[in-house]
Design a binder for this molecule. Sequence first.
Ligand code: ADP
Ligand code: MG
Ligand code: MG
Length: 208
Amino acid sequence: MSGNLYEVISAVGEMIIGNRQKLTDLDAAIGDGDHGINMARGFEAVKAKLQGMEMESDIGKVLKIVGMTLISSVGGAAGPLYGTAFLRAAAPSQGKTELDTQTIGLMLEAAIAGIKERGKATTGEKTMLDALVPAYEAFQDGANTGKTVTACLELAYEAAQQGVEFTKTIIATKGRASYLGERSRGHQDPGATSSYIMLKALVEYLRR
Ligand code: ADP
Ligand code: MG
Ligand code: MG
């Protein structure tokens, strides 16, 4: 994947900002109704940060800035979790100006490990991990069979979509939604949805 990194990040940010209300409505049902607000604020801050700095071609360096900006600008659970994910993804992409499937696989793996550690969470708890982990697995399956970056990300995106559907069937055991216990069932997780939306933006950018 070459593409312009700034364009990719901007595409992801715009899609999150465009889904502010949807993400907030989902969070209103099982949380405190701020996920869209939190995520949009974070990506607005990222946009301002990247616009205000000199063009940097090192993907790892840019992702590090994205991660730090999300952590410092977003309150709530998801900001620090996504911030950590971007910081961790920055390590395998350090010094790179293009990404191949192997590197992206390592980035996804590192991002997920960061979320698991920081959130003390795993799959099946109705969180963003229920979209991201299947997405990573589908990506790796594609990479292992020699598919292109775009094809692998399309598989990841489809798996994330199924992961979001899966979150409707389970009860939350992490985050605010866990306070609802059984009443959280039937609702889709806002964080899994924002992860899915980010992958959707990535795929749409690559398909354009
Ligand atoms: P808050 O719950 O603090 O208001 P947000 O509404 O922005 O934060 O984010 C909620 C989302 O964060 C949830 O939908 C879930 O996907 C994710 N989340 C919450 N707690 C955890 C955790 N411990 N591990 C992983 N993801 C989590
Ligand atoms: Mg919330
Ligand atoms: Mg909150």
